[in-house]
Design a protein around this ligand. Structure first.
Ligand SMILES: Nc1ncnc2c1ncn2[C@@H]1O[C@H](COP(=O)(O)OP(=O)(O)OP(=O)(O)O)[C@@H](O)[C@H]1O
Length: 340
């Protein structure tokens, strides 16, 4: 549905002959119905990348192909048609402040030439989907950040797009509101079949809703794949930083130092069914190991339960320890020894 073929984008810099390579030789494929996330720190090139999908930026080389058509080669009218099939939401919502919620949806539709009855019906339908029908007469200033983003989502959906682009849509929201917007995006993807392409610097966003992820560093994709694989077995340093795998789940290193002597401090990651296994009590039973839990977290990776634990595997018998590690791996739990 969306394909980047060896795409690079270079901007002229402020000084003569100083060019900025915002995106470099990016190739990726987003399938119909997928939620695809691009993650990277500020300045990595995420905005440039997403803006090439709806032709707001043109590649310096390579091609961005949407629905089989090269975006940069489209005529003006065809580009406009394509943009109608692509909705976009932003961190800053971009609502009309002088219009109420209902008008915020209806006005852009009528400007596009859709008749008033149809526009009104769509506004009602999509405001109900985002659960804001009761707020239809309110103005943006009277809404919370999460509600404003819901209006923006309804406005995008009212154009009945096949693709929704999300540019840091939850970055300005608190964790609870972020969760409600992310579950809305999941619902839209599943119930309306809309393909979602999002950019973010928040790992939680990727983990919660994306099927696949690309990690962008200085314009280059350094790692790409299924979200569970990328986060449980990150290859690149930057991905590890995002995933916090080599991390100690926030436990200060001086607290961990005494555990480090025996080198039996491990981090465990459980996904899906393995999250429900009583693994630690099995270690005790089978290997006479006393696990000391130093930190832990539990959440979801998309719909799968996902847990992490930082555990000290207490035993004087090194061979039992090694056997326990193997046993943990056999239970499909990802285990890594932690260096403090
Ligand atoms: N129009 C432009 N002219 C010159 N340089 C630009 C332009 N747009 C982006 N850049 C540069 O390209 C690089 C990538 O910027 P981009 O905005 O795509 O990154 P980003 O990952 O979206 O960052 P952020 O999360 O901070 O928005 C940066 O070095 C930026 O300064």
């Amino acid at each position: 549905m969306i394909e980047f073929k060896n795409v690079s984008k270079t901007f002229a810099g402020q000084q003569k002959n100083k060019h900025v390579k915002a995106v470099e030789n990016v190739s990726l494929n987003v399938a119909d119905g997928e939620i695809y996330g691009v993650m990277g720190y500020s300045g990595a090139g995420k905005s440039t990348l997403i803006r090439m999908i709806n032709g707001l930026e043109k590649p310096s080389s390579g091609q961005v192909i949407v629905n089989g058509e090269s975006v940069a080669d489209l005529s003006k009218p065809d580009l406009l048609k394509l943009r109608r099939k692509i909705g976009m939401i932003f961190q800053s919502y971009n609502l009309l402040v002088t219009a109420n919620v209902f008008q915020n949806i209806v006005l852009p539709l009528t400007l596009e030439g859709i008749d008033k009855t149809e526009a009104t019906q769509r506004a009602e339908k999509y405001l109900k989907i985002v659960d804001l029908w009761e707020k239809r007469d309110s103005f943006p200033a009277q809404l919370s950040g999460g509600q404003r983003q819901r209006v923006a989502v309804a406005r995008a959906l009212a154009h009945e797009p096949k693709i929704l682009l999300s540019d840091e849509a939850t970055s300005a929201l608190d964790p609870e509101t972020t969760e409600s917007i992310l579950s809305l995006l999941l619902k839209i993807n599943q119930e309306l079949g809309i393909t979602i392409f999002l950019i973010t610097h928040e790992m939680e966003v990727i983990q919660r809703i994306c099927d696949r992820v690309a990690v962008l560093d200085q314009g280059v994709i350094v790692e790409e794949g299924n979200v569970v694989d990328v986060f449980t077995k990150p290859q690149q340093e930057i991905t590890k930083r995002f995933a916090g795998v080599s991390d100690t789940l926030g436990v200060p290193r001086d607290i961990l130092a005494p555990y480090q002597e025996t080198k039996q401090l491990v981090s465990l990651q459980f996904v899906g069914d393995s999250a429900n296994n009583p693994l630690l009590s099995q270690l005790q039973e089978k290997f006479k190991i006393t696990p000391d839990i130093l930190a832990g977290s539990m959440g979801y990776m998309k719909r799968e339960p996902y847990g992490r634990l930082l555990v000290y595997l207490k035993t004087d018998d090194r061979s039992q320890y090694e056997a326990a590690l193997q046993y943990i791996r056999d239970q499909n739990v990802h285990v890594e020894e932690v260096e403090v």
